[in-house]
Design a binder for this molecule. Structure first.
Ligand code: AMP
Length: 490
């Protein structure tokens, strides 16, 4: 018999400084997941993977491990490096681990919602890490609550835990399988039941999930950059609709969920979200962004002295733009990477303060120059507005803005944390109106056709935020549980 759940202390928030102003009040996004099986010190591998996946969520982090003494868990708010240290990692013993970094896209951001979600049911201890948003979460939740389920979190992910626990199948494999068939929307999931890992990707494959191998173990992670940090070998993507099981490092294909009409991995992962050193669905994120930049240069040519990127997410697109236009790429804008939870005196705030904390133009590069600024996307338009003012203050004679994706006009229901439709600048203003509002000399967006052409060798993709075409049914919207303006985000 396994021992009952023996949870380590849950950490209190780790930063001693106070949060008086959220420096980056732009939307944040989804999550990163990791599962490790068959490696000694699995928690160390999970920790390093989460470190590499930090860009996918900065709000909280958690790791579950399992050994003969039972489960061990540590979760906390903050960055991976704040939540864990080498001593706490050592206490997470076992050859099986599940880890998660999150910024809440569904549910609140208190500790109960920090993943992995932990529960104990008749067949063992469950630890669940989920990336994506279910589009039938409220519908399922209502049904489960009506049947007597008591939810501990407000997270959509907990629904799966209840579905597994109440499945009438005898084997755990069949219970997991059965539970997954109820889900609609976006889910890349890593789940441990005691020391067995399950990994699943929804039939459209909205969010990435890849399998890696190291020594006698296997690792499942959101992005390949998390394999690189471990020195693990990339094996393959988990296919859309695929469910695998890993027992002490050996992988079994469990089954495929009923396939969707066609896969629809999120193109915004390539535009902004994923790290450029990752490969997603067989595409190098860096190469895709460069191709976006080259297409952009062809669609919106301009005469200028320098191409500068809004670092870091637009670096690759700006290089592509420079390559195709022949205009030299310059490091004209710097980004501070060390902005944490900082105390800021309200008197220090002005309209550009948030952007100035994060970005600073290099006067020597921009002064007296006509510059093309390449950004990967425009969301609310607030950062760009500040950047344009800052560049002019630093002496730029002309500021042309080029965006390596089409206007974001529609909310995301599949796990990218976007503001509501009415807050999206591309949804409320036309391109000439945006050009005027930003105060730029010219503005050009990459067209949807150009974007798809740039990655024509792969796909099809979900382009919902640009096109308004949603590949997976929006059950909760249709039933009135969620506003069509977009899911509530924290
Ligand atoms: P905004 O000033 O609101 O238009 O934000 C545009 C900037 O936000 C761009 O530089 C993008 O790199 C970045 N961005 C795009 N999508 C997101 C997102 N979902 N969360 C956070 N930042 C984003």
């Amino acid at each position: 018999m396994r021992q009952p759940s023996k949870l380590l202390n849950q950490l209190t928030p780790t930063s001693s400084t106070e949060v008086s102003l959220r420096l980056d009040d732009r939307p944040r996004e989804g999550c990163g997941v990791v599962g490790v099986s068959g490696l000694d010190s699995a928690s160390e591998s999970a920790f390093l993977s989460l470190y590499a996946l930090q860009h996918r969520g900065q709000e909280a982090a958690g790791i579950f491990t399992f050994d003969e003494d039972g489960p061990h868990v540590l979760k906390g708010e903050g960055l991976v490096g704040d939540v864990f240290d080498k001593w706490s990692i050592r206490k997470l013993v076992g050859r099986t681990a599940v880890g998660h970094v999150r910024y809440s896209t569904a549910g609140g951001n208190d500790l109960d919602n920090v993943q992995p979600i932990i529960a104990r049911y008749s067949h063992g201890n469950i630890a669940l890490a989920h990336n994506g948003n279910l589009t039938n979460h409220f519908d399922l939740r209502k049904r489960l609550v009506d049947e007597g389920a008591i939810f501990r979190t407000t997270s959509d992910s907990e629904t799966l835990v209840h579905l597994i626990a109440k499945s009438r199948h005898d084997s755990i494999d069949a219970q997991v399988d059965d539970a997954l068939t109820h889900l609609e929307g976006a889910y890349s999931i890593v789940l441990a039941i005691d020391d067995v890992i399950y990994a699943a990707r929804d039939p459209r494959g909205f969010r990435p999930l890849v399998l890696g191998k190291k020594e006698k173990g296997h690792i499942v992670v959101s992005e390949t950059c998390a394999l690189d940090i471990l020195g693990a070998e990339f094996v393959r993507d988990i296919e859309p609709g695929e469910v695998i099981k890993i027992v002490d490092g050996s992988v079994q294909k469990l089954r495929s969920l009923p396939s969707a009409d066609q896969p629809a991995p999120c193109i915004f992962e390539l535009v902004y979200f994923a790290r450029p050193d990752s490969r997603i669905s067989g595409v190098s994120v860096d190469r895709a962004r460069r191709a976006f930049g080259r297409h952009l240069a062809r669609e919106h040519p301009v005469e200028a002295d320098a191409v500068i990127a809004v670092p870091d997410s637009a670096n690759s697109a700006a290089l592509g733009f420079a390559e195709c236009s022949g205009i030299p790429f310059e490091l004209g804008m710097l980004r501070n990477h060390y902005i944490g939870r900082t105390f800021i005196n309200p008197s220090q705030q002005d309209r550009d303060f948030g952007a100035r904390m994060k970005y600073n133009p290099v006067r020597e590069v921009v002064e007296g120059k006509s510059v093309v600024v390449v950004d990967d996307s425009l969301v609310r338009g607030t950062t760009s507005l500040s950047l344009v003012r800052m560049l002019r203050q630093s002496g730029a004679t002309k500021v042309h803005f080029r965006i390596g994706s089409p206007p974001v006009r529609w909310p995301c229901f599949y796990g990218i944390d976007m503001p509501t439709k009415r807050e999206l600048i591309g949804s409320t203003l036309s391109v000439p109106e945006i050009e005027k509002k930003l105060g730029v000399d010219s503005l050009g967006y990459l067209s949807l056709e150009g974007m798809l052409e740039a990655v024509a060798e792969t796909g099809p993709y979900c382009t919902a935020c640009f096109s308004g075409t949603y590949p997976a049914p929006l059950v909760d919207v249709d039933k009135g549980f969620v506003s069509e303006q977009g899911p509530a985000t924290c």
